[in-house]
Design a protein around this ligand. Sequence first.
Ligand code: PGA
Length: 241
Amino acid sequence: MRIIVANDYEAMSKKAAHIIVSQIVLKPNCVLGLATGSTPIDTYKELINLYKMGVIDFSDVTSFNLDEYFGLPKNNPQSYDYFMKANLFNHINIDDEKINIPNGMTDNVVRECAEYEKKIEAAGGIDLQLLGIGRNGHIGFNEPSDHFEPKTHLVQLDEDTIKANSRFFDSIEDVPTKAISMGIGSIMKAKKILLLASGAEKADAIYDTVKGPITPKVPASILQLHPDVTIIVDKEAASRL
Ligand code: PGA
C-alpha cells in the first residue's frame, strides 16, 4: 500500500484527480471504477477543470459505479445516478453509452447483479478503482460482515451507514435500507485502487485498514492484499497512522 498524506481535503482531491488523469492519458480507453459520497466531490471538480482546460478527454473512457440505492429512481436527487450526472458526467465528454451504474429499480436484482459483473468483465475489467471509505470501514456498500462478498449483490445497509447518509435526506426514514453494490471480490479485481479519506471521523477506519488485521469486520482491510493500492488521506484522517 502506498500512503500519501495530503495537507487537507483540497490537496487530497488535487492529487487524486492527477492520478486519474495519468490513467486516462496512459490509456485513453481505460475503465474507471467510480465512487459517490462527499469525499470524491472535489476530485470530480478538479477533473472537470482539467477537462475544460483540454488536459483530458473522456470520450473513450468507460465507467462503472460501485453502487446504487435499491428502490430509488434515477431522477431522485439522492440516487447515485443523479449524483454522478450532477457532479461529473454532465460536465465532461464521457459517452452516455459507456456509463454503467447498477439499476436500483430493477425487478430482478439477481439478474441485475450478474449482468453488472458480466459487463465489467466484457469491458476488460477495471483499470483504476476510486474508493471512499465508510466510518465503519466499508468500501462500496460492503458493510462489516462475517465474510467478504465476492460479487455484485444486494446489501442490507448498516445502521451507521444509514445514519451517516441521512444527512442528505429529509429524515432518516427516507434513507433506503438496501443497495446494490459491487462486491469485495469485484473491487479486488481492479488493476489499481485509489482510496481517499478525509477528516477525523475516518481516522479509525484508516488505521484499521492499514494497520489492523485483515477481517471482513473491516471490509477495507482486505486491500492490504491488493498489489497496487494508493491511499490518499488528509492529515486528520491520517492522525492515527
Ligand atoms: P463519504 O462516504 O465520502 O460521504 O464520507 C464514503 C463512504 O461511505 O464510502
